[in-house]
Design a protein around this ligand. Structure first.
Ligand code: S3P
Length: 167
């Protein structure tokens, strides 16, 4: 499939990018794609296994390739992993796309993700790590976003509707 995504979803892990992304794809009658899934399929390993076996820089290199391929080859809804915006080249590429930042505050993030061992970045002290992650990444999400949709206290359905309104 070629073409550019109808919309690219960015935002922190656990914010609901895949749930909302699938709902959006359904409503728009297009396909849903997630770059984490692309990496897992290509590597035959989970994201956590790649982090543990090869380290975060190796995961980021795989992620950069997966994001760039999906931006050029998917014309549906595309969700990026929460850390994809750390890459300068990815942020530059996103300037040409319609990008919705799904946001949530730190307490909502702690509530939603808890102590999720499948998420290697939250393994030690979730609240502190969330605070640091949000402070570091919020400006990067805002830099690439053409629209921001707050998810706090909203159901995935309500968020999907707000995203559709923002398109
Ligand atoms: C990460 C987010 C995860 C996954 C990896 C790193 C991050 O994706 O790519 O665990 O750095 O925020 P989701 O946002 O889809 O959970």
């Amino acid at each position: 499939m070629t073409g550019v995504p109808v919309v690219v979803l960015v935002g922190p892990m656990g914010v609901g990018k895949s749930t909302v992304g699938r709902l959006l794809a359904d409503r728009l009658g297009v396909a849903y794609r997630d770059t984490d899934d692309d990496i897992v399929t290509a590597e035959g390993r989970t994201v956590a296994e790649i982090f543990v076996d090869d380290g975060e820089p190796a995961f980021r290199a795989l992620e950069r390739q997966a994001v760039h391929a999906a931006l050029a080859g998917h014309d549906g809804v595309l969700a990026l992993g929460g850390g994809a915006v750390l890459d300068d080249g990815t942020r530059a590429r996103l300037a040409a796309h319609r990008v919705v930042y799904l946001s949530m505050d730190v307490e909502e993030a702690v509530r939603r993700t808890g102590l999720n061992a499948a998420r290697p970045l939250l393994a030690v002290n979730p609240r502190r790590q969330w605070r640091e992650l949000m402070e570091a990444r919020r400006p990067l999400y805002e830099e690439v976003a053409t629209a921001v949709v707050a998810t706090d206290g909203r159901t995935p359905d309500e968020v999907a509707r707000a995203v559709l309104d923002a398109l």
